[in-house]
Each structure stands twice: as C-alpha cells, then as structure tokens.
Design a protein around this ligand. Structure first.
Ligand SMILES: C[S@@+](CC[C@H](N)C(=O)[O-])C[C@H]1O[C@@H](n2cnc3c(N)ncnc32)[C@H](O)[C@@H]1O
Length: 383
C-alpha cells in the first residue's frame, strides 16, 4: 500500500494539541475538524503515529473512497476491494462506523452489510471466512458514510489510544489518558519545573506528566494494535521504532512530581497504575487533604481536577472545596502557576482568583475548562 490519507481522531476540542504533536513528528496537517485531523502517509507511518501520539484517539488509514446510495450499493462496492490481501481468512474482524445516510436507520445494519461483503470476498478467495464481532483488539475496519459518500479505513489503533494499558485499577470519574496529556500540554509544562497534583485520583495526570517529562512514547506501554493484525505487518520496523523510542527516553526527572489524594485507596490505585506505567519511583505519593500537599521551592505548576458535581459529589458541598483551593493557591503556591480542570464554571467562581487563561475541553459530553491562575510571589496572604 502506498501513501494515503490518515485521519487521526481525538476527543472534541483537543485538535490544537494534536496538531502540535503532528507538526513535531513532521506530518503535514491537511485539514481539521473539531474531533480529528487529516494527514497523509503510508501504513508504516501509522506505526509511528500509534507509538508516539499522546492526544490522538485512533489512527485511521484510508483504504478506499466510493459512492453508495444504499446498503446494496455499499455491499457491492466493498466486495470489489481485495480484502484477502489485508485480512487473514482465519483472522477476526470488527467493523465500526459512523453513518448518516437517508436509507439507513440503524448504523449496525451498515456494519453488517460491510462485514458481510468483506468476509464473503475472503471466503470466495480462500474458502474460509474470518470470524467477526464487536471486539476491537484485532483487525478493525471503519466505515464513514455521509449521504452517498463512503470512506473505508483500517483502524490501525484497534482499541483507542486512550487505553494506554496502565490504568488497571478503576476509580470513579477518572480522566481519559489522552485528555490528561492534552491538559498538561495546554499548560505548557514540559518537565523542567515541578508538577504538583493534589486530588490525583487514579493518578492519570501525574503518570502522563512523568511520561511527558521523560519523553517516553506512550505507545511503548501497549503491545497490541490494530495494525499488527493486518497482513504484511512490518514487525521489524515496529521493533526498530520501539527501540528508537526507548533510546530517546530519559531515565530520570529534572523536577519533582507530587501526587496526593485524601482517599488512601485512590493513592494505592494511583501507585499501582504508576507502577504498571513504569514511573512509580519517579512520583512522590501521599495521602492528605489537598491543602496539606507539599509545594516545594522552585516553581512549576499545581494542577487539580476536583469533582464538579456532574458525576459525583454535591454542588453545595463542593463550593467550600473550590473556595479552599483558592486559599491554598494564594497561601501555599506562590511562584507557581495554578490550574483547575472543571466542568462547573459556577463552582469555579468560588475560587475567588482572577483567571489568566480559560481553555475549553470536553470530558465526554461535558464541556469543561482548564483554568489558569498566575500565583505571583507577592500574592501570598500573610496568615
Ligand atoms: C475527579 S477525581 C480526580 C480524578 C483524576 N484526575 C483521575 O484521573 O483519576 C477527584 C479526586 O479528588 C479527591 N478529593 C476530594 N476531596 C479531596 C480533598 N479535600 N483533598 C484531597 N483530595 C480530595 C477524591 O478522592 C478524588 O479522587
């Protein structure tokens, strides 16, 4: 397969950070939507993208574009593609889709028609059809069908890249790994100064911070991707890319990363997750109220993701927490930049400090903001 369009999807609002990443990796930015960026390259390039990208969700490699008015036309067009060159007859296939066509009421029907055409084609060539189902841990084909235009992609990620593989212990309201990485990149933090994360929950922000500071490719943590299940997977290139990424990663930090939470089980989970990510020894964990979190000399960022009442906690009770965060910033965090990631702007007003920047994000369907506060040396209250 030669060069083709590569579409990288991401959570809504994350494209500015994904764009920066692509530019650093020297990929062209061809077009952008609110939740994705189109670039171009070969199927081999998708290996590098899957390995290196911190904020992308899925790396989709365009196989073919064609017109189809209805399900029968879709079946006929998909049957024309030489699937036997890409998917093993004894393999496993999952078809995902995004469909907006007047003849299709349920996108699952489009998935079935597409899947039928693929397996019928392979059976015709080899006398055996691959298994199929909803699991995305092997070959995944993605159909984008708008009006009568269809685009068929290989989903080279398979499982979304947000599933880095280190978050083994589920806690309530964790932040997606890709969102946490985008939030850190939005702050401009790059590992030169301290990273203080009270209310760390399952540790996602602190772990992503450690990976960024070490320049460690997030994809090193995973050993299964969609591209591995396509015929012609270039395993030696993959091994070379991994070896190169390992060589480029640092072993030690030039700053301190401190993560705390009031709940012991959260800190235990965060430690285990950090151990799975290979960064536990680099993060200083503690069980304490956010206001008791050590803020060492040297400056850096203090970043909190408090509950915001949408998914847990009650808004009234949270008002005093937000006010307390404002006091903590003023009294203990001078010389730092303060950040609050929240989905409740009314609660954010209780912080009582002027925001320097307000950056829009989405946590699932919830519109959120990363609020930045400049905590000047002189802004500390004398208490
Ligand atoms: C929304 S969760 C943070 C999720 C985290 N970003 C993650 O990815 O898992 C908020 C966390 O704040 C903690 N928390 C609530 N009140 C606290 C307090 N007063 N001091 C410290 N931590 C607190 C909770 O235990 C919870 O783990």
């Amino acid at each position: 397969m030669g060069k083709s369009r590569i579409l990288i999807t991401c959570a809504k609002g994350i494209t500015p950070f994904l764009r920066e990443e692509l530019i650093l990796l020297r990929f062209p930015v061809l077009s952008e939507t609110i939740a994705g960026i189109a670039t171009e390259g070969t199927i081999e390039d998708t290996l590098r993208l899957n390995l290196m990208l911190r904020t992308g969700h899925r790396v989709l490699f365009l196989l073919k574009e064609f017109a189809a008015r209805d399900a029968e036309a879709l079946y006929a067009a998909v049957l024309q593609i030489a699937w036997e060159e890409h998917i093993a007859a004894d393999g496993y296939l999952c078809v995902t889709s995004s469909v907006d066509n007047p003849s299709i009421r349920d996108s699952r029907y489009a998935n079935v028609k597409c899947k039928d055409a693929i397996v019928d084609r392979i059976k015709e060539k080899y006398g055996q059809r691959p298994d199929s189902g909803p699991d995305q841990d092997r070959s995944v084909v993605n159909l984008y069908w708008k009006d009568d235009r269809c685009s068929l992609y290989f989903d080279t990620s398979g499982e979304p890249l947000s599933r880095r593989g280190y978050r083994k212990i589920p806690l309530t309201a964790p932040m997606q790994e890709t969102l946490a990485a985008a939030v850190i990149l939005a702050s401009g933090w790059n590992g030169n100064r301290n990273f203080i994360n009270p209310m760390c929950g399952s540790g996602t922000l602190a772990i992503e911070a450690a990976l960024i500071a070490l320049n460690r490719a997030p994809g090193l943590l995973r050993n299964n991707y969609g591209f591995m299940h396509l015929k012609g997977f270039n395993e030696s290139l993959w091994n070379d890319l991994r070896a190169q990424a390992k060589k480029e990663a640092k072993k030690t930090l030039d700053c301190r990363i401190i993560a705390t939470d009031i709940r012991r089980e959260a800190v235990e989970a965060a430690k285990k997750n950090a151990a799975t990510a290979g960064v536990e020894h680099l993060i200083e964990f503690d069980v304490c109220d956010y206001s008791g979190t050590t803020v060492p000399d040297g400056g850096g960022i203090v970043i909190l993701n408090p509950e915001y009442g949408e998914r847990m906690g009650k808004i009234k009770e949270l008002e005093s927490v937000y006010k307390g965060i404002g006091d903590y910033f003023k009294q203990k965090c001078r010389g730092y930049k303060g950040y609050i990631f929240t989905g409740n702007l009314e609660l954010a007003k209780k912080v009582g400090l002027r925001t320097k920047r307000r950056i829009q994000f989405f946590n699932g369907s919830i519109e959120c903001r990363l609020l930045e506060y400049e905590l000047y040396e002189g802004s500390r209250k004398n208490t």
